[in-house]
Design a protein around this ligand. Sequence first.
Ligand code: 0L1
Ligand code: MG
Length: 262
Amino acid sequence: MSLSPDTVARLAEHLETCELEARDTPKITDEHPDMDWADAYAIQDAIRARKTARGARIVGYKAGLTSHAKMRQMGVDSPVFGFLVDAFDVADGSGLDTGRLIHPKVEPEIAFVLKRPLAGPGCHAAAVLAATDFVTTGIEVIDSRYRDFKFDLKSVIADNTSASRFVIGARAVRVDGLDLRTLGVVLEKNGRVAALGAGAAVLGHPAAAVAALANHLGARGESIPAGSVVLSGGVTEAVAVAKGDHVRLTVQHLGSASLRFE
Ligand code: 0L1
Ligand code: MG
């Protein structure tokens, strides 16, 4: 680590305040160009600790930048991981107060809910499928705290990988007999198709992204608890949304989920 504990705490407070007050900031590596990967995850951990100290519950995790479309969109080349708290969870079909967000975008995802814990190292897609209770449709709302979504990987990891809100569909589907790679994914914005793809866009198989998350956590002495929701990553590039927009995500065999921006 190159940052002192005081600096980690200060940056965590700064980024979380930007999140809670819906205001943007330049990326933190402008001020701390020597910050390393351990610093980046230490800042994310400090944000998590701030939230849990105030009573938030960790309900799951997310993998981000898991598709080539997303990596190309953001000019980066490896996945990142973040956490989800109960306050991020938005009911399917409900309205979200856009005024509490900076510059939201939505991502079409396949969400996993685990029936058994998963721990790396050595976790692979088959182990993920065996530990999965069900999969369903997941809309992730990302809202980078960085001005104009301009960041590098370390800055975005520190910012909890732009996590903001998520919606989970109402149809819980067992993975047996389902090929997640070939599931068609259609994201509509205001009734028009805005993005489409198939599950294989996520690291070749969405379960591979969950395995990568378990291996990442395992390397840090953590695991994914049973009951966790895991967002496996955007199947397509993210789609910008604004007040007045309505989005609907349909994933073949998994059903639909929707959200209004009010
Ligand atoms: O979930 C994601 O793929 C987002 C990761 C962070 C990068 C971004 O804000 O687009
Ligand atoms: Mg995502």
